[in-house]
Ligand binder design. Structure first.
Ligand SMILES: Cc1cc2nc3c(=O)[nH]c(=O)nc-3n(C[C@H](O)[C@H](O)[C@H](O)COP(=O)(O)O)c2cc1C
Length: 337
C-alpha cells in the first residue's frame, strides 16, 4: 500500500485492531452476523446493531458472528433501550472489543464499567463541548456523523462538523460518517485529521447483507434527493429526525406523532415513554422494509450516498474500491505537484 495512505490509516486501524479504518455503521435489522463478519473479514470493522434486541438475542448474535470471523468487531447499543444495563453486561460477558453508544450520550459509570473489562467505548459527538465532556468521562473514540447519513440524524452536515469539532479533539481518534460513498472523500477526511470513517448506506446492497431484495433494489434505483428528513410536528415533542427514501412510511410517521402528541397532551404517557413509542414505530417500520420487503409501508432509512449505490457487490469489493479510489487520488495529486 502507498506509504502515505499507510500512515493515514495507522491511527484508526490500530485503534480498531484491523487493517482498514473503515467501520461498518450499525444498521438495525441489517447489521447482523453475516454483514458484520463479512466487514471484519474484509479488513474493516463490523458493528452489530443491537437495536431493539433483547440481551439474549444480542448474545446469540455475538456468538454467531464469532463463528464467522476471528477478527475484531463491535456492538452498537441504543441508550434509550429499557434493558441497556443488561445489554452492557452481555457485551462484557461476550468480551466484545468495542461498544458504540448511540441515541444519546453514555453516563460515566457505563463507560467505566466497560473500560474496567478492557472493552473500548465510542459515542457520537454533536458539539465540541459534548466531545470534551465524553472524553473527560473516559470515552476512547468519537464519531462525527453528518446529517447526510441514513437513519436517525443530527442537524449538522459533516462538512461543518469536521471544521467545528475535528480540530478541537486531539486526544482520541475521531471517525467521520454521513454521506461517505467513495475513497477520495475518505482520503480528504483522513488528511484533515480523521482517524477513519463509518459507512452505512453503501453496505446495504452488499452481497452479504441480509436486507430483502426489494430493499436493495430501491437503494440501487434511488438518488440522493429521494432521501428526505422526517417532519417534526410539534416543537414541544422533540423527535429525532430520520433520513429515509420517501414513501408511505414517511406519511405514517406524521400520523404516529399526532397519536403520541395527543397521549402526551392528555397526560396518558410520560415524555420518555412517548420517545420510546416513536422509536418502536421506527424499528417496526424498518423491519417491515428490511426483513419483509414491504417498501411501500416500511421505512426505507437511507443516506444521501444512496446515489453512489449502483449494484450488489461483496463487502470486500466495496472496501477495496474505497482504498483504490484513495490511492488513485493520491497518485493524481502527486502528478500535479
Ligand atoms: C437502514 C439504517 C439503519 C441504521 N441504524 C442505526 C442504528 O441502529 N444505530 C446507529 O447508531 N446508527 C444507525 N444507522 C446509521 C449508520 O450506523 C451510519 O452511521 C450511517 O449510515 C452513516 O452514513 P451513510 O449512511 O451516509 O453511510 C443506520 C443507518 C441506516 C441506513
Amino acid at each position: 500500500m502507498n506509504e502515505k495512505l499507510k500512515k493515514l490509516f495507522f491511527k484508526g486501524a490500530n485503534f480498531l485492531g484491523v487493517n482498514l479504518p473503515i467501520m461498518g455503521g450499525a444498521m438495525t435489522w441489517v447489521s447482523e452476523n453475516n454483514l458484520v463478519s463479512a466487514t471484519s473479514n474484509a479488513g474493516g470493522f463490523g458493528v452489530i446493531a443491537a437495536g431493539s434486541m433483547s440481551p439474549d438475542m444480542l448474545e446469540k448474535e455475538i456468538i454467531y458472528t464469532k463463528q464467522k470471523t476471528t477478527k475484531p468487531f463491535g456492538v452498537n447499543l441504543i441508550l434509550l433501550h429499557p434493558q441497556i444495563e443488561d445489554l452492557i453486561q452481555t457485551c462484557i460477558k461476550q468480551k466484545v472489543s468495542l461498544v458504540v453508544f448511540a441515541g444519546g450520550f453514555p453516563k460515566r459509570r457505563q463507560i467505566e464499567k466497560l473500560r474496567d473489562k478492557n472493552i473500548k467505548t465510542m459515542c457520537f459527538a454533536t458539539t465540541s463541548s459534548i466531545a470534551k465532556k465524553m472524553i473527560s468521562y473516559g470515552i476512547e473514540a468519537l464519531i462525527l456523523e453528518g446529517n447526510e447519513a441514513g437513519g436517525h440524524i443530527g442537524p449538522v452536515s459533516i462538512n461543518v462538523l469536521v471544521q467545528e469539532i475535528l480540530p478541537e479533539v486531539v486526544n482520541v481518534p475521531v471517525f467521520v460518517a454521513g454521506g461517505i460513498g467513495r475513497g477520495e472523500i475518505f482520503l480528504k477526511f483522513l488528511e484533515l485529521g480523521a482517524a477513519g470513517c463509518q459507512i452505512g448506506t453503501r453496505l446495504v446492497c452488499s452481497e452479504e447483507s441480509i436486507a430483502h431484495k426489494n430493499f436493495k433494489d430501491i437503494f440501487i434505483k434511488s438518488e440522493a434527493r429521494n432521501c428526505q428528513v422526517s417532519v417534526r410536528l410539534d416543537n414541544r415533542f422533540p423527535v429525532i429526525p430520520v433520513r429515509a427514501i420517501e414513501n408511505n412510511a414517511s406519511k405514517k410517521f406524521i400520523d404516529e406523532q399526532k397519536k403520541v402528541i395527543e397521549l402526551l397532551e392528555n397526560n396518558n404517557i410520560s415524555l420518555k415513554d412517548a420517545q420510546l413509542k416513536i422509536e418502536h414505530f421506527w424499528a417496526g417500520s424498518l423491519k417491515k422494509a428490511v426483513v419483509d420487503g414491504d417498501i411501500e409501508n416500511g421505512s426505507l432509512m437511507a443516506g444521501q450516498s444512496v446515489s453512489l449505490v449502483k449494484k450488489i457487490q461483496p463487502v470486500k469489493d466495496i472496501l477495496n474500491e474505497f482504498v483504490n479510489q484513495a490511492k488513485q487520488q493520491l497518485k493524481e495529486e502527486s502528478k500535479v505537484l
